[in-house]
Each structure stands twice: as C-alpha cells, then as structure tokens.
Write a protein that binds this ligand. Structure first.
Ligand code: TRP
Length: 331
C-alpha cells in the first residue's frame, strides 16, 4: 500500500476560533483525515511571543485542544498534541536557528507588523518565531502544510532551511509544500465585509465565535452590514451580501444560484435570519460535543497524553538524525 502523505498544522491557542477559522481551516482538517496521515497541534510555545495571562492561557490551551476533538478530529486516527508537551520542538528550533540568517528573519513581514504592534516587547522569541515553526514542520517530515496566506512567508523560510540543511548533510528533511484547498470559504467581517473576520476586532458584532450561543449568532447576522439595495445576489459592490452568501453556501451546502433562487423576492431580513439559523444549526453538534468533553476532563487529558507520546516518538527520530549529522555525541 502506498504511504499516505503527511499533513501537519498548528493553531495558536490565543482565542476561541471564529467562524472563519472554522470554515477556512478546521472543517478542512477534518475532511483531510481520510486521505492523509494528519498531525495537528496547539502552538502554545508560539503564543508566548506576545505576553499572555497564565490562567487564561492554560484555559485556552485546554479549550483549543478539546475543540479540535469536538470539531471532528479523531485522536485515534490523527496525532493531536500540544506543542509544549514535546520538548523536541524547542531542541530542533535551537539547531535550526544556527542555520537561519539574521537577515532572513528580519525580512519577515509578520515580525515587522508584530514589533510595531508591541513596541514595548520586541523579544527574541518574536524574532525567531519562524524558526520554531520550521522545527514544527520538519520534525514530522510533513509533506503538506495547510496554511493561510499570512503564513506563506514562514513556510517559504522553512523550505529554505530544508534546502540549506539537506545541501550540507544529505536528505535529512522532507521538503514541505503549502496546501491550499480550493473549497475554502473566505469569511469576512460582518461589520466591514472588505476586511477578514478577526477575533481581535474591537466590534464584537464583527465576528462569530464557534462557541457563541444560538441567539447571539442570529443577532450578529441580523446586524450584519450589507448595502442599501434589496436583492440577494452576488453582484459587484455587494461585499456584505456576497460574504453572507458564501457563509450560507458553506454551512448549508448551497451554490450561489440556489441561494439567489431561494431568496428571490424576499428581503435582506429573511436572508440574514436564514444565514444565522444555518450557522447556528451547523455549529450545534460541535457545541454539544464540546460541552460533553468539558464534563469529561479525564478523557481529554488522556488524549493529550497519548497525543504527546505519539508526537514525541515520531519527532525524536528526526531530532536524533539531526544531532548525529551536525556532530553531537549521542549517549
Ligand atoms: N504560526 C502559525 C499561526 O500563527 C501557527 C503555527 C505554528 C503553524 N507552527 C506551525 C502552522 C506549523 C503551520 C505549521 O497561524
């Protein structure tokens, strides 16, 4: 049998995922479980490049992990782990940092953005963040990495590191490729449909958390910014309506034509209500499963533990190979 390709991705535990994270990333992760050998992690090490409240962070790590399971990732089938539970990440990151140039890291746009946003805390971790991300990917010999456009530059850096390292020592690392799914719905802010939905938006009505209750979801969709026309159709300039149509299409499995036909002669009010209800329906099973998991902490902890063990075992092989190649003494 041909070996399945390995997919790897991590998410930061700093916010409860919103509808955009869910439709854009999490749903695809679940689908990919059938076809690929999947490794998904919670990037707690990355999250402390920005100051975090420890109590909140601890809760968020647990929440993010349980949400992966609630969304449909199977801890038996895939490797689900917390990055900080596997010391191999930090160890490889150190070694790789010696194969990464200062100039390369200085060019990372996310570093430039984040140092502007947090001028009082431009720490070395923020600078070497992409090296840790390269270690995450290379430790597991990942073939494919599903990432958004904002992480493409970091993936490109990981690829440069592979080329450099393999050029010196032979085939140590698999060359990772970006994996972009066509079906991915891009979800925009409900208050400004020209901007991506973001949890850090100051307006709470701009984004829908996947743990928002039904009434909240419906209320946010009722308040979504549209335009002064009345027709539900995907015409140029109707960004708000197009955003709602693509959300509705993604959660209800309908095409734009279906949606236009369904709401012909009806107003925006009916349409917004329908989208809100469809989103709430779609999220209901995930929320119920999350609630069940919150009441079964022992199970979630056991999953974390076995995920960490699986992750450690796979990645230790790579780390030992690297240690040997660079000339460390192994005991
Ligand atoms: N940096 C990524 C983000 O903020 C998260 C991440 C960490 C990641 N390690 C990774 C993504 C490895 C893909 C592969 O979104």
């Amino acid at each position: 049998m041909e070996q399945k390709k390995r997919i790897l991705s991590l998410i930061q535990p700093t916010n409860t995922p919103h509808l955009g994270n869910y439709l854009g990333a999490m749903c695809n992760w679940v689908k990919m479980q059938e076809e690929f050998d999947c490794t998904y992690g919670i990037a707690d090490l990355h999250s402390i490049t920005v100051r975090q409240d420890p109590t909140k962070l601890r809760a968020q790590i647990k929440e993010s992990y349980a949400l992966l399971i609630a969304a449909g990732l199977d801890p038996e089938k895939s490797t689900l782990f917390v990055q900080g539970h596997n010391p191999n990440h930090s160890e490889l990151a150190w070694i790789l940092s010696c194969y990464t140039q200062f100039g390369e890291l200085s060019r990372m746009t996310q570093f430039k953005d984040k140092s502007q946003k947090h001028p009082d805390n431009i720490n070395a971790g923020l600078f070497t963040y992409p090296v840790l991300m390269a270690a995450d990917i290379l430790l597991y010999q990942a073939d494919l990495v599903p990432v958004g456009v904002d992480q493409m530059q970091h993936l490109e850096l990981a690829r440069n590191i592979v080329q450099r390292f393999n050029g010196i020592y032979g085939d140590v690392f698999t060359m990772p490729e970006g994996y972009i799914t066509k079906s991915t719905a891009k979800v925009m802010s409900l208050q400004d449909p020209t901007k991506k939905m973001s949890k850090s938006d100051e307006n709470p009505n701009a984004s829908v958390s996947i743990l928002d209750d039904r009434d909240t979801i419906i209320r946010k969709f009722k308040r979504a910014v549209t335009d002064s026309e009345t027709e539900v159709c995907a015409r140029e300039g109707k960004d708000g309506i197009i955003n709602l149509m693509s959300i509705y299409g993604a959660v209800a499995g309908k095409s734009f034509e279906d949606i236009e036909a369904e709401f012909k002669g009806k107003g925006y009010g009916d349409f917004k209500l329908a989208v809100g209800e469809a989103v709430a329906d779609k999220l209901a099973p995930l929320q119920a499963e999350y609630k069940r998991l919150s009441e079964d902490k022992a199970y979630v902890e056991a999953c974390m533990k076995s995920g960490a063990e699986k992750a450690y075992k796979i990645s230790r092989k790579t780390l030992q190979k690297v240690q040997k190649k660079v000339g460390f003494v192994q005991l």
